[in-house]
Design a protein around this ligand. Structure first.
Ligand code: B12
Length: 425
């Protein structure tokens, strides 16, 4: 047996949880910079920009300062409690996953949810889960109206608050995990699997579903192996943006096999971070806890007195270079035989896809609409075409490479064609 294997065995026998998924240490300036980036996002407080995920990510690194914290948590609380009051229109209510994130934010801010208003929100989340369970159906032939990512996130939120999750709800997730239904389209979704794994690890630790314990262990092992199989040649689990959650999952469900993979992937992740790959606050908020060797489950033992606030850091001023002009093509197709828009654009390098789409909408025949989400604007219709059930407007680099960023973050490159294509998921 290798020495590391012996150590693990020894720690296990002593009842000490062995750290089998550790990352290479991150440069503290880098961590400071992304913390500042997230704090900047937290300063935006209009209801459409409130984002419980940012708050959770920051609290898991003992940020923000107590004053900023009170203000933000109050804004979140007002928004979520008003949205679920009997006077608010049902169609404007946050989704199941957003409510779950809000409950995680309450835990991050050490707020009691066993109040009358808090209990109503817990009941609401449970009833969302019940509805989703019915959609999946007795024979598991259906699927949730949201997705298994949000189903898992909701179980996780209840569990982190020590709320028992009914066995029949957990069983649906166990089935999906064991029979590889944690998909996005026909592909395995590392983000979804990681969220499912975190939820199951939490249930395992809480021990409130003893009848399901052997199933939970088996599903956890299965999902962990699937995540490990998704390691790419570049050194990510799935892609760079699913890697933070995958690492959180592996930290909570460790195995000797994950030890080296975590170090390899951690290296690649830090390199990507240094190169500026993380522009969107959502993946950044899932990454920050990992850099502090924490996960969403760490919320269970969060130190409620520790609000350090940010150390003074010198702002990083990126070098300025005069951007050059580039050209690219924007193409829209409802299927490969029906191209409904095709136009060349000359833009300055570094312009975001959203800026180009806005310009095209103002000056040309292009039309599109978006819906605001925690990840930013999600395209909901293009050229007047709204996707049907289980369809969406997919962003591709022609002919068939899916973009890893949405329209606010992606910057078209010289000579490429960006394709908006109606796709199923
Ligand atoms: C499920 C999912 C989808 C589903 C969403 C439909 C649905 N009803 O569930 C589908 C398959 C349609 C989808 C599409 C896309 N997705 Co997606 N998606 C996810 C996933 C796994 C969970 C989202 C979720 O439910 N969040 C929880 C709830 C509480 O938050 P929410 O804000 O209310 O959720 C909504 C948004 O997340 C939105 N959404 C989903 N994906 C994306 C991507 C972008 C850029 C935006 C702005 C919104 C958005 O759909 C959710 C449901 O309404 C996340 C994983 C993650 N780590 O977040 C990836 C994720 C957010 N998606 C991602 C990407 C890249 C995309 C696409 C751009 C892919 C593409 N090349 O076309 C498109 C978006 C195109 C568009 N029309 O604007 C990336 C974003 C990375 C980044 N840099 O920020 C993630 C992190 C996955 C990854 N690891 O690559 N996605």
């Amino acid at each position: 047996m290798e020495p590391s294997g012996k150590l693990v065995l020894l720690l296990c026998c002593l009842g000490v949880p062995a750290q089998l998924c550790q990352l290479p240490p991150a440069n503290s300036d880098l961590v400071g910079t992304i913390t500042q980036q997230l704090l900047g996002w937290m300063a935006r407080r209009s209801p459409s920009e409130l984002n419980p995920s940012i708050y959770v990510g920051l609290r898991l690194s003992n940020q923000p300062s107590r004053d900023q914290d009170e203000l933000y948590l109050n804004s979140l609380t007002v928004h979520y409690q008003e949205s679920f009051s009997s006077l608010a229109p049902a169609h404007l209510r946050p989704s199941m996953g957003q409510l779950a994130l809000y409950l995680l934010a309450m835990r991050s801010g050490c707020k009691d949810i066993d109040t009358r208003k808090g209990s109503l929100l817990v009941t609401q989340l449970k009833s969302y889960l019940e509805e989703e369970k019915h959609r999946i159906g007795h024979e598991h032939t259906g699927r949730p109206a949201t997705n298994y990512y949000q189903y898992s996130l909701s179980i996780l939120a209840l569990c982190v608050h020590d709320k028992k999750v009914p066995g029949h709800i957990v069983e649906k997730l166990l089935h999906a995990a064991q029979y590889d239904l944690l998909l996005q389209g026909s592909r395995f979704s590392v983000d979804t699997a990681a969220m499912a794994s975190l939820a199951l690890s939490c249930l395992q630790a809480l021990g409130l579903n003893p009848g399901l314990a052997p199933w939970i262990s088996r599903a956890l092992e299965h999902v962990r192996n699937k995540i490990l199989e998704e390691e790419t040649p570049e050194g990510y689990f799935g892609n760079i943006y699913s890697t933070p959650l995958a690492l959180q999952a592996l930290m909570e469900a460790p195995s000797p096999e994950s030890e080296r993979a975590c170090l390899r992937v951690g290296d690649a992740l830090l390199k990507g971070l240094q190169e500026g790959a993380f522009q969107n606050p959502l993946p950044l908020s899932q990454l920050l806890p990992v850099l502090h060797q924490r996960t969403y489950l760490s919320l269970k033992q969060l130190d409620c007195k520790d609000f350090r606030g940010l150390l003074d850091l010198d702002p990083i001023i990126p070098p300025t270079q005069k951007p050059k002009e580039i050209q690219f093509w924007l193409k829209v197709q409802t299927d490969p035989l029906h191209v409904v828009y095709h136009q060349q654009y000359r833009i300055l390098e570094g312009t975001t896809l959203k800026d180009v789409l806005d310009k095209a909408q103002m000056e040309d025949a292009f039309m599109y609409e978006t819906q605001n989400t925690l990840s930013g604007p999600f395209i909901t219709s293009v050229m007047g075409v709204t996707p049907g059930e289980w369809q969406y407007w997919q962003l591709l680099r022609a002919p068939d490479v899916p973009l890893l960023q949405g329209i606010t973050n992606y910057q078209p490159r010289d000579g490429e064609t960006i394709l908006l294509s109606l796709a199923s998921w």
